[in-house]
Design a binder for this molecule. Structure first.
Ligand SMILES: [Zn+2]
Length: 328
């Protein structure tokens, strides 16, 4: 699958009675999926978008389905703290924003202003790093975003009702981030996984441990439900098992190279991803191997994330050509 440039052609799909998905056109950087759940005059939104414009389009599409959401939404859930799932919180007309306790803490850590400064810094920079950063983040507007924090937090599990639907919020992190939550609606057989699942798109492990992520995938697979990944097309049990197997493969291949004393970057270059090499964003293997090395207690973890992005940029260009030449 060829990686494509971010674009704004999101679509709305009804996946079960009263359960809608705001589906990104691809699963690339910042191209996240969100959800709307409606029952008996009550509503819930799962996640917001990476910038305010994208969130406005999402809310507009939701209001076209249920006009009341323009005035009031009963609950907003944030599956985790990454900006592509919570930067638009301030635009949702709700009193209740729910996330895990860890997510609420982590939301302070990478302010939108820092992302804005990063994009500005690399404007016109023709290095592999500069081109990659522009390609991944340059189409979003991170200026003037104020993070709206959760009003309610929980650990482990929380159950809420929306109309006559029971929603189970289950904390499965730390894995992708420190506080990942999935939202399961048993009576509709739907699960929103946030970034615990990427479908046909390479995941990123910012936090770990990897075995938590593997266990979370097994748990999602057991639901055997319509499964809404954080990035990529709607899936089911198969998508959860494929994500699990990516992590098993990467964990075991990385462990072997760590024990041989290879550097993070040499290990990442050497690993054979098999069929996952065809997934979008396969260059994220550099970030993931680095996170695994940290977990294994390596002394040679790369601390500067920009060094890792430079490797990813070079690898992306080698594989796909220059980002500037990528079509929409
Ligand atoms: Zn995401």
């Amino acid at each position: 699958m060829k990686d494509v440039k971010p674009n704004r052609d999101f679509t709305m799909a009804e996946v079960a009675e009263g359960v809608y998905v705001w589906l990104a056109p691809n699963g690339s950087w910042g191209m996240s999926n969100a959800g709307l759940v409606l029952s008996q005059n009550e509503s819930m939104i799962v996640d917001t978008m990476f910038d305010l414009d994208l969130t406005r389009s999402m809310l507009g599409a939701m209001a076209a389905i249920e006009p009341r959401t323009k005035e009031s939404v009963d609950v907003l859930i944030n599956t985790h703290a990454n900006g592509d799932h919570c930067h638009g919180n301030e635009l949702v007309p709700t009193k209740r924003v729910i996330a895990s306790e860890e997510t609420a803490t982590e939301m302070h850590e990478l302010p939108p202003a820092a992302l804005h400064a990063m994009v500005e810094r690399f404007k016109g920079d023709s290095s592999a790093l500069g081109q990659y950063i522009q390609w991944a983040f340059g189409d979003f507007d991170f200026s003037n975003i104020s993070i709206r924090l959760p009003t309610e937090t929980f650990t482990k599990e929380m159950s809420i009702s929306i109309g006559d639907l029971e929603i189970e919020l289950i904390e499965v992190g730390p894995a992708h981030t420190r506080g990942d939550v999935i939202a399961y609606i048993p009576s509709r057989n739907v699960v929103f996984t946030g970034d615990i699942l990427f479908n046909l798109e390479t995941p990123i492990m910012w936090s770990g441990p990897v075995d938590n992520w593997i266990a979370a995938c097994d748990r999602i697979a057991l639901f055997d439900a319509v499964t809404i990944p954080g990035h990529g097309p709607i899936t089911g049990r198969k998508g959860a098992l494929e994500m699990r197997d990516y992590w098993i493969l990467l964990r075991d291949q990385t462990r072997a190279r760590f024990e041989e004393g290879m550097s993070v970057f040499d290990a990442a270059r050497d690993i054979d991803l098999g069929s996952y090499d065809g997934w979008g964003g396969s260059e994220r293997v550099f970030l993931n191997v680095n996170s695994l090395y940290r977990e294994f207690g390596s002394q040679s973890v790369v601390e500067d994330v920009m060094e890792i992005f430079a490797e990813m940029g070079a690898t992306f260009i080698r594989k796909n050509g220059l980002p500037a030449d990528q079509g929409d």
